[in-house]
Design a protein around this ligand. Sequence first.
Ligand code: CO
Length: 214
Amino acid sequence: MVSYEQIFEHNRKWVAEKTREDKAFFEKLSKDQSPDYLYIGCSDSRVPATDIMGVEPGEVFVHRNVANLVVSIDLNVMSVINYAVKELSVKHIIVCGHYNCGGVKAAMTPQDMGLLNPWLRNIRDVYRLHVAELDAIEDEKARYNRLVELNVQEQCVNVIKTAAVQKSYDEHGYPEVHGWVFDMHNGLLTDLKIDFTRILRDIQHIYNITGHEI
Ligand code: CO
């Protein structure tokens, strides 16, 4: 484990390395940001967003919470989505879940989780939406993995429900929304290939915020 003091040593080494690669690195970095990607992922320490994507500072706008949830009354995630879409004009929004997610596991455990109850209830709602498919999976681990994927899919739908995303897509043809899963056993990302335009079309008669057909 890294000690508290070591973190600052690491930071100075990182600064030296970046400056050696490019003298103007921090001058450029401090000017502005125009990332093409918004990443919404889990807070889990084993899923470092920028590392697994291999991107540099300035390339991805990041939001993380327990079990990568997009909840309409969560001012935090909604502010992030609104800012990313309206001010940064991101071209892609990614919801990234991961297998072995403690949040998803806790939601599958029948016990009182205290303050986490209302948060994890969103995952239990995902289970309820897909109860037939999930209950048909006998192997508990396989069922848990599938819930991780379905949770990503439903959080993508929640992103698509927002006015910011619908209006921007209507006007500019972006952002597109993607669902990913990270597997910490091998470090690989999988694109779940959710059908963004089909979801948008399917939810339109209920969640359309633009006032006309998209
Ligand atoms: Co997690």
